[in-house]
Ligand binder design. Structure first.
Ligand SMILES: Nc1ncnc2c1ncn2[C@@H]1O[C@H](COP(=O)(O)OP(=O)(O)OP(=O)(O)O)[C@@H](O)[C@H]1O
Ligand SMILES: [Mg+2]
Length: 374
């Protein structure tokens, strides 16, 4: 049976759990996370520091190192049959539900999967370039390793095309990383990530070290390249406002769980989870009149000792009865809706009526004024 497919679905992550085994206890960094990604979809992944964003992304890309252990779940990838990918010529790929079973790939298969199918741009990526090699030789190295035997002219031509994609002049091929600005280095890293035309790119806080103007240029570049090549993107940041314009969909994590997933428009217009509201309004947004709150009071919980309740309960201005005793699961906020939320306010067993966004806003204000307490 072939694992290759032209259908829309690219990635299906089901019930992924990742732990870190530490001396003082097991850190449950990713807890039962499920989501799907379509070809060409831009998914923003947001949440406070330490909520498990990088661990989730690394788990999907099989980049986790000990003491991390994937204890449960499946990552299913649906490749297209295409000349550029060495996965296309590979036999005995592990299969689950008609796709590639990423968590069972051998090391050799993983090498074909990475770069060809999926590339990752890390946090502080612009410092990831090798300082003693020219930009051109670093791009050509990647091309040669994965597409060997093509001849020097081919690689140089392709490297020039890649630099052109990210608006860098061909004479920069000979430049060393220290001769480029931070923004240019970041664009070179993006060119390298796109070099083998992967179907999926994961970017983990790629722009945090850049000033806001350059950051914006880079985001626009990433977005236009992904649209041009129909490349799917998982873009990670703790700054939700950055994602609103870039992403088709946004997933929000809290304490290792995905607590809301919806279109950017829906998250912006009516975040359902009180945490999403807090995160959205804790940052000054790029556009529109916004209510600004003074951050979310309190701190995220210890991931070693999560209670069997909603992890956000101790900080939540809307918490009620079941929040302290039952873990909410990610489900549709309302029937027929596409917005998914893990919150008892949307569970008709516990709640008679869905709260308006205004009510969530008012509850944060009441908390700040001290008229309610947590
Ligand atoms: N090697 C490790 N050993 C033990 N715990 C770890 C290790 N790496 C990460 N963790 C813990 O796992 C949790 C998730 O970390 P992760 O780096 O995925 O969060 P993040 O959302 O990417 O945060 P940030 O926004 O700061 O990058 C955190 O509580 C972190 O302390
Ligand atoms: Mg991280």
């Amino acid at each position: 049976m072939s694992v290759f497919s032209e259908a829309e679905l690219l990635l299906d992550v089901r019930g992924l759990n990742v732990d870190y085994e530490a001396d003082n206890g097991t850190v449950h960094a990713v807890k039962d996370v499920s989501f799907t990604l379509k070809r060409g979809e831009i998914l923003g992944l947001a949440g406070e520091s330490g909520c498990g964003k990088s661990t989730l992304a690394f788990g999907v890309a099989r980049l986790l190192r000990p003491p991390a252990i994937t204890t449960a779940g499946e990552v299913i990838y649906y490749p297209r049959d295409r000349e550029e990918s060495s996965l296309t010529h590979m036999h005995n790929l592990p299969v689950v539900d008609g796709g590639v079973d990423v968590l069972s790939l051998t090391q050799r298969q993983l090498r074909a999967f990475r770069w060809n199918e999926l590339s990752v741009v890390f946090q502080s990526a612009m410092n990831a370039l090798n300082p003693v090699l020219s930009v051109g030789s670093q791009i050509i190295d990647v091309l040669k390793t994965h597409w060997p035997g093509k001849g020097r002219d081919y690689y140089t031509k392709r490297a020039i095309e890649l630099l052109d994609l990210v608006n860098i002049a061909p004479d920069r091929l000979k430049s060393y990383p220290h001769e480029l600005s931070g923004g240019m280095r970041q664009r070179v890293v993006i060119a390298i990530a796109m070099a083998l035309r992967p179907e999926l790119i994961i970017m983990d806080e790629p722009t945090t070290a850049l000033d806001v103007v350059v950051q914006r240029e880079i985001l626009e570049l990433i977005s236009s390249l992904c649209k041009e090549f129909n490349t799917a993107l998982i873009f990670i940041t703790h700054d939700l406002s950055l994602l609103l314009e870039l992403s088709d969909n946004i997933a929000i994590m809290y304490a290792g769980q995905m607590i809301e997933k919806a279109t950017s428009y829906d998250i912006y217009k009516h975040p359902r989870h009180p945490y999403s509201y807090g995160l959205l309004h804790a940052f000054p947004t790029l556009h529109g009149e916004q209510r600004k709150i003074a951050g979310i009071p309190g701190a995220p919980p210890d991931l070693r000792t999560l209670p069997p309740s909603c992890a956000f309960n101790p900080r939540c201005p809307m918490a009620f009865g079941p929040c302290s005793t039952i873990v909410p699961l990610l489900q549709l906020a309302t029937p027929g809706d596409r917005q998914q939320v893990a919150c008892h306010l949307y569970n008709h067993e516990f709640s008679q009526r869905i709260p308006e966004t205004e009510e969530i806003a008012a509850s944060y204000e009441a908390l700040a004024e001290g008229s309610i307490s947590r």
